[in-house]
Write a protein that binds this ligand. Structure first.
Ligand SMILES: Cc1cc2nc3c(=O)[nH]c(=O)nc-3n(C[C@H](O)[C@H](O)[C@H](O)COP(=O)(O)OP(=O)(O)OC[C@H]3O[C@@H](n4cnc5c(N)ncnc54)[C@H](O)[C@@H]3O)c2cc1C
Length: 509
């Protein structure tokens, strides 16, 4: 059995931030990730940037923007905390300590801040269009170099261990063997669940594992049905939904229909909040029978586009789209989980000994819809807070006898046929898109729940790791659909076609 003062599950921005904060307080940390490459995470793929602070900015203005983008449902306390503490942490940790090379104005040397949808001012720090990559690599480099942090890659958390009503560590799979890591504090930083959907911007591992672990351990979760659909992902029939960053619209790109008309009715036009824009595109496609909308980037020359948005430029060219002369075909796709494991602003969950931070957590910050570029900042701020709090009142580590024999050999048992498993995953992802996607109804959600039961029943008696992964995904999907069914009110990114509000009721917010 391994042990540490704090075990952190996940090496994205939230997990690394929590690990660094705990280490700074003198704690020994075991930092787990299921991927063999510690940087593999949603954080790595973030494009547009991280909220910092602009010249005419203030914490109260950012707080107002967050609450307004959330359709008035976000937590004022969490938003204020993010707005007050976030810019300082970006400066001290990311810029000064880690040396993250955010783009700067070559003339003044000041950060080159961009604007994104529903932000009142330019305040987003970025590195071209691959901000996540430079942040994540700097974080991983730092945690690997920190003597009191032991990074365990290729280690998949299977179960949160609960001893006498308190989380006492984790059971995990490492190199085909089950191991137990005992800890006086456990921090979940396992990211989101949008890869449960057929059309998604997320890498395949983002299937809501942390939610499943928390549910099994008895921790409270909330707002799982608030799944944000990003309005603009590349539409190539049969291709992946590659994200077309919102900052492209922040820099002046405009959404149009196939006739070249601006169809967005919101006063902020192409910079409206994401939930509103995603629905406007969906509505336009339904009305016209079109299979996508178009992002017009012709206001800028190719050279500028290639320099400022190299990844998007290359990806479009590779798909045969001659940007900026031709517009980029775009459709919405599942992007971000606004709900998650319930926490307070220190990351404490309802289960003693367990903290959660980042996309897996629900502080209430985003309410029913997240403001662009706040999620990297959320991981940084609330990861840091969770790491500090987890070391604040150290409990004695669990007695090793209480964890002896907790390995359960999940990897054993009859393994289901690979073809059947991948067909089951495809069924799950399709039903999530069709039943719990951009537009939901009570009837569709009930049918979706019955279909989930059908997929689950086919797994009865099956063992092995792959069956466990699918079971976890089914548990998360079930909770999400139940949560959507219980909420008959359209708000933010949860839109019920069978409730009274019109599709664009919130058009003027
Ligand atoms: C394409 C794309 C672009 C984005 N652009 C932006 C942007 O510009 N600005 C912004 O603010 N946000 C952006 N986001 C959202 C943002 O990237 C994520 O919300 C954020 O990075 C989440 O960080 P996290 O640390 O909570 O989780 P992640 O970065 O996803 O990390 C999760 C970690 O948990 C590990 N893990 C998961 N399950 C287990 C398990 N069972 N056992 C062990 N380890 C496990 C994973 O391996 C990983 O290390 C973007 C997201 C995507 C997909």
């Amino acid at each position: 059995m391994l042990s540490a003062d704090v075990v952190v599950i996940g090496t994205g921005i939230a997990g690394c931030s929590a690990a660094l904060a705990a280490a700074e307080r003198g704690a020994s940390v075991a930092l787990l990730t299921r991927s063999s490459r510690p940087e593999e995470s949603n954080t790595l793929y973030a494009q547009g940037g991280i909220v910092y602070t602009g010249p005419e900015d203030s914490p109260s203005l950012l707080t107002r923007d967050i609450i307004s983008a959330s359709a008035g449902t976000g937590s004022g306390q969490a938003a204020r905390m993010l707005a007050e503490e976030g810019p300082g942490l970006v400066r001290e940790l990311l810029i000064e300590r880690l040396g993250v090379p955010f783009d700067r104005d070559p003339r003044t040397g000041e950060l080159d801040l961009t604007r994104e949808g529903a932000h009142s001012v330019r305040r987003v720090a970025h590195h071209r269009d691959y901000t996540g990559r430079v942040i994540e690599r700097a974080l991983v480099r730092t945690v690997l170099a920190e003597p009191s942090i032991q990074v365990l890659s290729g280690t998949d958390a299977l179960e949160l261990l609960v001893v006498e009503g308190r989380c006492a560590g984790v059971r995990a799979l490492r190199g085909g063997r089950e191991i137990v890591i005992g800890a006086s504090a456990t921090v979940l930083a396992t990211g989101g669940l949008a890869a449960l959907y057929e059309h998604t911007t997320n890498p395949p591992l983002a299937t809501g594992d942390g939610i499943a672990l928390a549910l099994e351990a008895g921790a409270s979760v909330g707002d799982l049905h608030y799944v944000q659909f990003h309005p603009t992902t590349l539409y190539v029939p049969g291709g992946d939904r590659f994200l077309i960053s919102e900052s492209l619209r922040g820099e002046g790109a405009v959404l149009r229909d196939s006739e070249g008309r601006e169809f967005v009715r919101h006063p902020l036009g192409s910079l409206a909040p994401r939930d509103v824009l995603a629905r406007e595109i969906w509505e336009m496609m339904r009305r016209t029978g079109e299979s996508c909308a178009y992002l017009d980037v012709s206001h800028r020359p190719a050279g500028w586009l290639e320099e400022r948005f190299p990844t998007i430029y290359e990806r479009c060219r590779a798909a045969g789209i001659e940007v900026p002369v031709e517009p980029i075909p775009v459709v919405p796709a599942a992007h971000y989980s606004c709900g998650g494991v319930d926490t307070n602003v220190w990351g404490r969950t309802s289960l003693p000994g367990l903290w959660a931070a980042g996309e897996v957590a629900r502080t209430g910050l985003h309410g029913a819809n997240r403001l662009a570029s706040t999620s990297l900042l959320e991981g940084l701020v609330f990861g840091w807070r969770a790491g500090l709090d987890a070391t604040r009142r150290p409990q004695s580590p669990p007695a090793s006898e209480s964890l002896q024999g907790r390995e359960r050999q999940t990897v054993n048992g009859h393994k289901p046929d690979r073809g059947e498993l991948s067909a089951a995953w495809a069924r799950l992802r399709r039903l999530m898109w069709e039943r719990a996607g951009l537009a939901r109804s009570g009837e569709g959600l009930r049918a979706g729940l019955a279909e989930l039961d059908g997929i689950g029943a086919a797994l009865d008696g099956e063992g092995g790791y792959e069956a466990l992964r699918l079971r976890r995904a089914l548990a998360v999907a079930r909770s999400l659909l139940r949560s959507a069914l219980a909420d008959a009110r359209s708000r933010g990114c949860h839109y019920r076609v069978d409730c009274e509000e019109a599709v664009l009721a919130d058009i003027s917010r």
